[in-house]
Write a new protein. Structure first.
Length: 561
């Protein structure tokens, strides 16, 4: 009887099992088809040693949230920005192409008429066309007039400042801290500055405004901008964007380009009512670093609360610290560029020494990226399949890899009508494979030589300098430009401080020079014959700078308010 009953029920059981299997399979397929969200956080002028996890013997508890993110995700210790100044680095990250291809070889200014060439295709444009909601918060610095602004380059929403936070109209470029004078009583005051009477608003007893425009989409919503409220405005906007995208069920790209750690620093009020100028040495920088870290933590928390398992967060920097700012600049860690220091020049931002382009990087994706992992893969430079691989070399990641990696994870193809320098780093992120660039070139971005010159090259652990010349160092000195033929070559594995170049007559030098020269010539030829190369327009005109007239984003305040 039982056997007969089983035979009668068996078809139904099989059908039920088949249906369950089909449902599970379909759910798995839907899950696989669910496109991930991306949050890219780009810090400004941050040092490799600013993260506690990179520099455990340095500052303590300055970056607790990033320390936690590193323990929960992947830390890339040999990750490099595409350039060592703002505009070239940002252009390369958003296009996946060197400045010699995308045309952006040095910074745009407040008077720049144009920006990133319109012939270039951005990451945001490609994801937007694929159905992503795309938003940007923070510093753009790729052109702010007409079709060059963020909302014309693939972003559905923008809130931020169009260039660096020291490029306003009531402050001199390069201020370390916003002017912050003692006040007798709270409220607006009129303060004499030279022969001018300036009306200044007060924040905790201090002048709180610099002449920067805060732009939302294409309109100025605040000018002069209050730097002390900027972090909170960025945090609120990021939380709203993440929450609203989740409510719509729409995948999103959120690109956050922070004002931190660029000067002028606007640290939170000191606990004993000190003025920023009265912070102890490193105090203003440390306080600003902690504020930046807390902002990153707030963004991570908002992401975790909405779509934790389906959101990748990639934190990195645009270039190294601005060394001439002394205590208002970050730490390069062990990458001190000693050879250049001995020549009397700086070796961080604006240079191709490691301190100028090796940046702290953490990638976080719960359930996809294994926790507490570290990679020394070098992400940035494109492989050339027709170059023979005679020797197995260590490999590295670069900022330009963000472009192809996120597109790959989103299932979006890169345009086939142009050459790219970034590579898909998915295997590095998800599978801990040490796949990256065997060969990197670092372009000059402002310290020595011609803008865009590929003055430094790296193959594996060996790095060759064809041109040297430091940026300004703390308390003066730049070091004179020098051409090197044969090049200086350093072994970064044994000499991370870049202090002692290899002797030219050694077998190690000869072999490294041969490999580097071959790869360098190959890339230069590839760029020279690339029909997709763009040219940026660096024309300047006073009418192009933002103005206090909120109805116009193309003029400048003639006098301080």
């Amino acid at each position: 009887m039982a056997e007969a009953l089983t035979l009668l029920l068996l078809p139904g059981m099989l059908l039920c099992g088949l249906l369950i299997h089909t449902v599970i399979q379909r759910e798995a397929e839907v899950k696989l088809r669910k496109r991930p969200n991306f949050i890219v956080i780009l810090a400004d002028d941050i040092g490799w040693g600013d993260l506690d996890v990179n520099n455990p013997e340095g500052r303590t508890n300055s970056t607790p949230y990033l320390n936690l993110m590193a323990r929960q995700g992947l830390r890339l210790t040999d990750f490099h920005s595409p350039a060592s100044t703002c505009s070239p680095s940002r252009a390369a990250i958003l296009t996946g192409r060197y400045g010699l291809r995308n045309g952006v070889t040095h910074n745009f200014g407040v008077n720049s008429v144009a920006g990133l060439p319109l012939s270039e295709v951005t990451l945001s444009e490609l994801l937007q066309k694929a159905g992503y909601y795309t938003a940007m918060i923070g510093k753009w610095h790729l052109g702010h007039n007409g079709p060059y602004g963020p909302t014309s380059r693939g972003f559905d929403y923008y809130l931020g400042i169009p260039y660096s936070n020291d490029m306003g109209c009531t402050d001199a470029p390069g201020y370390n801290l916003p002017p912050c004078l003692p006040c007798g009583s709270p409220g607006p005051q009129v303060i004499r500055s030279g022969s001018n009477m300036l009306r200044r608003s007060v924040h905790g007893g201090c002048y709180s405004k610099v002449g920067l425009p805060l732009i939302e989409n294409s309109s100025i919503v605040e000018q002069p901008l209050d730097l002390w409220t900027l972090t909170e405005q960025y945090k609120s906007a990021a939380q709203r964007i993440i929450r609203d995208a989740r409510a719509r069920g729409q995948p999103f790209l959120l690109y956050i380009a922070l004002a931190h750690m660029h000067v002028p620093l606007a640290p939170p009020p000191a606990p004993v009512a000190l003025l920023p100028a009265q912070y102890p040495r490193d105090g203003a920088y440390a306080a600003s670093l902690q504020e930046m870290d807390a902002l990153v933590g707030a963004v991570q928390a908002a992401s975790d609360d909405t779509d934790k398992d389906n959101t990748l967060i990639w934190f990195t920097g645009d270039n190294g610290p601005w060394e001439e700012k002394c205590q208002y600049a970050g730490s390069v860690g062990p990458f001190t560029g000693r050879w250049q220091n001995d020549q009397g020049g700086g070796s961080a931002k604006q240079t191709t020494w490691e301190g100028g382009h090796r940046v702290p990087t953490v990638v976080y994706w719960p359930g996809r990226i294994p926790a507490n992992t570290t990679s020394s893969a070098l992400l940035r430079h494109a492989d050339f399949p027709h170059v023979p691989r005679l020797i197995k070399l260590p490999q590295i990641p670069l900022g330009m890899d963000i472009f192809p990696t996120l597109l790959s994870l989103a299932g979006v193809a890169t345009p086939s009508d142009r050459s790219y320098d970034g590579i898909d780093a998915t295997s590095v992120l998800l599978h801990q494979e040490h796949r990256g660039h065997e060969f990197l070139l670092h372009p000059n971005s402002g310290a020595a030589g011609t803008y865009g010159d590929l003055q430094t090259a790296r193959v594996g652990k060996h790095k060759a300098f064809y041109i040297t010349g430091g940026a300004q160092r703390c308390r003066g000195g730049t070091g004179q430009q020098q051409l090197h033929d044969p090049p200086l070559i350093f072994d970064l594995e044994r000499d991370e401080a870049e202090e002692r170049p290899l002797q030219v007559d050694t077998p190690e030098y000869q072999e490294a020079a041969r490999r580097i020269a071959r790869r360098r010539e190959e890339l230069l030829w590839d760029i020279a014959t690339d029909k997709s190369v763009s040219t940026a327009d660096y024309q300047a005109d006073q009418s192009a700078a933002p103005c206090c007239d909120r109805r116009q984003a193309v003029c400048r305040c003639p006098t301080p308010l």
